[in-house]
Ligand binder design. Structure first.
Ligand SMILES: Cc1ncc(COP(=O)(O)O)c(C=O)c1O
Length: 379
């Protein structure tokens, strides 16, 4: 079985540990272990509980209270319809492993998290990419989606809110996409790992799971809850899907880490506090980013509506990988080249970091652009 290399993950892993101003990261500024323990104001008690834990496999399909808390983020509210996994990356893999057969047609949006189309291709599916266009606010066009459907279409894949663009598919548009999926009798998988980080106060991201009986949703503790180090995520769907996924999960996972699930439960018990912190960070930083883009004559973007990333277009002929590497070499400013998402002339900026990192990172991008412009031959 052949698989394309995961361009973003390779770029991240080869640079992130030595980056100085990391504006490539997609998590909201991560919590320390201490901050997590203190979330509920009972750090000592939680620590005692952790100390006394026998390190067994734990609950095979996920800690019951954790499954309950995750289930409460969907209309179904049913813990039996949730399986924990090792991050959204594990949850996506399990969903794809469960749903995709060789010869199936899988339609997936692009740009997006590459796993969502490279994995089905590696399983022998015919993958058709549905382009998300800036002139369309980077949301899918249902008519174009419909034109890609064929008699073998088994699965449509979305990422809502979207990485890298920060676009948010509204409830109305999602209903239209569901109609296309229903007509095709296709499953609809949405990676909803940024759901809950809407920038407009009161804005919400509808889940495909709440709109369609063949909807499957994935999520995790990494981005919205700032706890990527727990490596904890989940998948949710209807009962027959969950049974089929559990049968596959027995072969790949057994269970998630018992301590991870305990800590994830603690975080979700205190989700309101954590979300208040994190929405404060993304909303304030999205404003900083907007002000910066407005002051840069060679940059433009579709302002992100949710999540932690923005896809920024630059008006210069230099390739995005060369430009991003120059930024990195210059002063450790770390962005992701658009080439890693198959789009040249763009860079992804992750803006949910600490404000001073964002300020320094954006200043690094500006300074590098000035140098590149000054060195370019005048026309
Ligand atoms: C859209 C999307 N899905 C899934 C993941 C994987 O996240 P994790 O496995 O940490 O939950 C990422 C990480 O960047 C992502 O951006």
């Amino acid at each position: 079985m052949d698989i394309e290399t995961f361009a973003v993950e390779q770029w991240m892993s080869s640079h992130e540990m030595t980056a100085r101003w990391n504006v490539a990261e997609t998590c909201v500024d991560s919590l320390t272990f201490d901050e997590l323990l203190e979330l509920g104001g009972e750090g000592e008690r939680v620590l005692e509980e952790l100390r006394g834990q026998k390190l067994t496999y734990g609950y095979i399909y996920g800690r019951p209270r954790l499954r309950e808390l995750v289930a409460a983020t969907y209309a179904h509210g049913d813990p039996d319809l949730v399986l924990t996994m090792n991050g959204a990356i594990g949850a996506n893999f399990l969903a794809l492993y469960t749903l995709v057969e060789p010869g199936d047609t899988v339609i997936c949006v692009t740009p997006t998290y590459q796993q969502l189309h490279s994995v089905p291709a590696s399983f022998g599916a015919r993958v058709k990419l549905l382009p998300l266009r800036p002139e369309n606010g980077f949301v899918p066009d249902p008519g174009e989606l419909e034109s890609l459907v064929d008699e073998r279409t088994r699965l449509i894949v979305l990422n809502n809110p979207n990485n890298p663009t920060g676009a948010l598919i509204s409830g109305d548009l999602l209903e239209q996409i569901v109609d296309v999926a229903r007509q095709a009798d296709a499953w609809l998988l949405a990676d909803e790992v940024y759901r809950g980080l809407e920038h407009e106060p009161g804005g919400t991201t509808p889940s495909v799971l709440d709109l369609y009986d063949k909807g499957v949703s994935t999520g995790s503790m990494s981005k919205v809850y700032s706890l990527a180090g727990l490596r904890l995520g989940w998948v949710s769907g209807r009962a027959d899907f969950i049974a089929a996924a559990a049968a596959r999960r027995d072969h790949t996972t057994i269970s998630c880490g018992l301590l991870d699930e305990l800590l994830g439960t603690l975080a979700l018990e205190n989700a309101a506090r954590l979300l208040e912190r994190n929405l404060g960070i993304v909303r304030a930083n999205a404003r900083r980013l907007a002000a910066w883009v407005a002051g840069e004559p060679r940059l433009d973007y579709v302002p992100p509506r949710a999540g932690t990333t923005a896809f920024v277009h630059y008006d210069h002929p230099m390739g995005s990988e060369e430009l991003a590497q120059r930024m990195f070499d210059r002063d450790g400013t770390f962005v992701v080249p658009g080439a890693a998402f198959g789009m040249e002339g763009w860079v992804r900026i992750g803006f949910a970091c600490a404000p001073e990192v964002l300020e320094r990172g954006l200043a690094g991008v500006s300074a590098c652009l000035r140098e590149v412009e000054a060195a370019a031959p005048q026309s």
